[in-house]
Write a protein that binds this ligand. Structure first.
Ligand code: BEZ
Length: 249
């Protein structure tokens, strides 16, 4: 069950994705005139911030809807999978990625492609979900769908490696690690709360359920999560863990 993206709900309930990306953008430190690829550019919010530095940036995303949303923002963006990037060899000084790598099934194919499109001396700067990412949400959702006979929808198939695992993987592909950290990033959700988050980020799984069950699954998941992630002031916090790195070729 592939994830499906709705740029409108992503813009509303996923705004924190670009709002909290200051750290990885600082690590990128884009320079005017540099050619940069934004891998998994989504709706182009961050691509735009990179372009505003004077860098020459292009986005690529596997979702046609997201590419359309990025283009509507005036961003140059292409539709295509990370495992088969539609660019010639060695044309980028940097490949950047935020909150996208954990969705990619073919990690080795993707790393081969990133290496291929980077110039010698180029850098891969990224932030993604790391080991333990959204653990409570995953467990709650899995438990609820299993109770209703849809256990297979509980395994989202996303990839959340430890620091050691991803370091080894990057090195196997010939990258030199300059910096790599794993850190918890509890993330305050906006007014849509956990329901808005699930509706946006678990869209693919919810759409795979029989329609009459979707609301029940949503309500039961939210109820199960409340003691862990809903605070006394009525706010929801998602239990994100991030892996951030700079690796060079
Ligand atoms: C994330 O870590 O950015 C993420 C993972 C799965 C669903 C939504 C967001």
């Amino acid at each position: 069950m592939p994830q499906t993206w709705n740029p409108e709900s992503y813009g509303r309930d996923g705004a924190f994705v670009h709002e909290l990306a200051g750290g990885v953008l600082e690590w990128l430190a884009a320079e005017p005139g540099e050619r940069i690829l934004d891998l998994g550019c989504g709706d182009g919010q961050l691509t735009k911030r990179i372009a505003d530095t004077g860098a020459s940036v292009v986005g690529v995303d596997a979702s046609r809807q997201m590419v359309a949303a990025a283009r509507a923002r005036g961003i140059k963006a292409d539709n295509g999978p990370a495992e088969k990037l539609p660019y010639p060899d060695h044309i980028f000084e940097a490949v950047f990625s935020n909150a996208a790598l954990h969705w990619i099934r073919g990690q080795d194919e993707m790393l081969t492609q990133v290496r291929r499109v980077l110039r010698p001396g180029g850098r891969f700067v990224a932030e993604m979900g790391g080991h333990g990412n959204i653990a409570a949400i995953r467990v709650a959702f899995s438990a609820v769908v299993a109770r209703h006979g849809f256990a297979s929808l509980g395994d989202r198939g996303n990839y959340y490696p430890t620091a050691e695992t991803y370091k080894r993987r990057l090195e196997r592909h010939g990258f030199a690690i300059q910096k790599l950290i794993l850190f918890p990033r509890p993330t305050l959700l906006n007014n849509g709360g956990m329901t808005g988050w699930l509706n946006t980020f678990y869209r693919g799984a919810l759409d795979s359920l029989p329609e009459q069950l979707r609301e029940t699954v949503l309500k039961e998941t939210v109820a199960l999560l409340a003691p862990a992630l809903h605070d006394h002031d009525g706010r929801w916090t998602a239990d994100y863990v991030r892996l951030r790195f700079i690796a060079t070729v």
